[in-house]
Design a protein around this ligand. Structure first.
Ligand code: HEC
Length: 146
């Protein structure tokens, strides 16, 4: 009887002790160049049935991107840096499925969260845009020549 209790206690300690080691957060780092060349275009791209991310997210929303200068197809380096900062609040490096940037616009049936006021832009995790976001959050540069 006594040994059983001790064994159970030891198992519990073992289980609890394992938890920090199994959390993958913090190991990946976010690459600015990948953000600029692969992620920012996603904020500007037009998807059928949806407004562009930037149409809503340059004003009035919690995620605040820099407004795109009229007639410009991309952001300056300085504005890209500001966007990079703003987006870090909704990204957990190394953990795509805990990054709001990835799960908020993703369909609930595909692993996204319940509701995004701006709509569900991706119906599957295999969407190329979603894959690009995932690779970036995991710290995989995927730049040519790398
Ligand atoms: C039609 C306007 C609209 C569009 C288009 C839109 N959003 Fe949103 N988004 C919102 C609003 C409003 C909120 C705040 C309410 C909510 O969370 O649903 C929001 C919230 C978010 C949040 C959570 C921010 C936070 O701080 O909690 C993320 C992340 C996000 N949007 C990402 C995106 C991405 C990425 C796109 C493009 C793929 C996009 N949104 C397109 C309106 C929009």
């Amino acid at each position: 009887m006594y040994t059983t209790v001790v064994c159970l206690a030891l198992m519990l300690v073992g289980l609890l002790g394992q938890q920090p080691a199994s959390a993958p957060a913090g190991s990946a780092s976010l690459n600015f160049d990948v953000f600029k060349t692969k992620i920012q275009p996603i904020f500007i791209a037009k998807r059928p049935g949806h407004a562009r991310c930037i149409s809503c997210h340059s004003a009035g929303t919690p995620l605040r991107l820099q407004p795109l200068p009229p007639g410009s197809a991309t952001w300056s380096d300085e504005d890209s840096r500001k966007n990079f900062q703003a987006v870090q609040r909704v990204v957990l490096p190394g953990v795509p499925l805990k990054s709001k940037l990835l799960i908020h616009p993703l369909a609930e049936a595909a692993g996204g969260d319940f509701f995004h006021n701006g709509g569900k832009h991706w119906s599957s995790q295999s969407d190329p845009e979603w894959q690009a976001l995932k690779a970036w959050v995991l710290g995989e540069p995927r730049t040519s020549g790398d």
